[in-house]
Design a protein around this ligand. Structure first.
Ligand code: ATR
Length: 273
């Protein structure tokens, strides 16, 4: 049996096992692979890496807080992981550790899957943390004009300076949306199901709205988008698409994203309070 995993700290709420196990079963690979969440504290990351072969772990996903610190243990990086200095997928190929970033393409695929267009469009990205890096990098490469707004403006400036060469990117001093086609929330505001990163009066029908949060399923930002009759998506399709690409890297087989989504939706249904 080959073991697959997702590592993080904390990790108990990860939904990756749900969607990967469903995809493995669907592709009749459950006898060859399993997928589990493994709690790895930052200080224990070296030990986890050293014992991969002993534990028969042939691949794993990486989430917070290890996405950048993992890099020094890897033998190769794909160009995206290299450029944004973040890895979310590692393949253990005969003890050679190959690092990938599937978050970037996962985000872009989630837009494509929902017929959101972004080439030559203007996107306002809220936030300048780890998730914003993936979103901004992917969109700039795809030819979107980006504006960033972040509570801490210095961090938005840093993000802009990092990716300036890739395309059109500016920092907003005062939050405004009248020039934006797309509004994308990458902040954690909304996780509490109470707050929105954007005042309601800044959202209108012209906007397409993306929140990369998927739990709550419809964040306060998306509820407002719904009220204003905007097209909107949450982060579930990004989660699925980054996972689908990781699955292909782990197994060589393209998973069925519909099956992965059904598994997640049914998990939500059974676990909602
Ligand atoms: P992630 O890796 O998920 O992006 P992160 O790197 O901690 O997480 O980034 C969180 C983002 O949410 C940041 O842009 C943060 O803004 P700051 O840079 O000012 O900290 C933003 N954020 C978190 N809580 C916020 C709040 N209450 N209001 C506005 N922005 C907030």
């Amino acid at each position: 049996m080959n073991h697959l995993a997702v590592i993080g700290h904390p990790i108990q709420h990860s939904l990756s096992p749900v969607m990967h196990m469903a995809a493995l079963k669907d592709k009749e690979l459950s006898d060859v692979y399993d997928y589990q969440a493994i709690h790895v504290q930052p200080t224990l990351l070296p030990e986890f890496i050293e014992t991969l072969n002993q534990k028969h772990i042939s691949g794993f996903n990486v989430t917070l807080p290890h996405k950048t610190t993992i890099i020094k243990y890897l033998d190769t990086l794909d160009s995206t992981a290299h450029d944004i200095a973040a890895v979310n997928t590692v393949v253990n190929k005969n003890s050679e550790l190959l690092g990938y970033n599937t978050d970037v393409q996962g985000f872009i695929d989630s837009l494509d899957d929902n017929n959101f267009t972004y080439k030559n469009k203007r996107a306002l990205v809220l936030g300048a943390g780890g998730s914003a890096q993936a979103v901004v990098y992917g969109l700039l490469k795809a030819g979107t004009n980006i504006e960033i707004f972040n509570r801490t403006r210095f961090k938005a400036e840093t993000l802009k300076n990092r990716f300036d060469a890739l395309g059109s990117i500016t920092v907003q001093r005062n939050l405004k949306t009248n020039d934006s086609d797309l509004i994308i929330n990458t902040t954690s505001v909304g996780l509490n199901d109470i707050d929105s990163p954007l005042p309601a009066d800044l959202i209108s029908e012209q906007h397409e709205v993306v929140d990369i949060i998927y739990n709550p399923f419809t964040t306060p930002l998306l509820k407002e988008a719904q009220k204003k009759h905007c097209r909107y998506i949450n982060g579930l399709d990004m989660l699925i698409s980054q996972g689908a690409q990781a699955f292909k890297l782990f197994t060589g087989i393209e998973p069925n994203k519909v099956i992965m989504k059904e598994a997640l939706l049914s998990y939500f249904k059974n676990h909602s309070s």
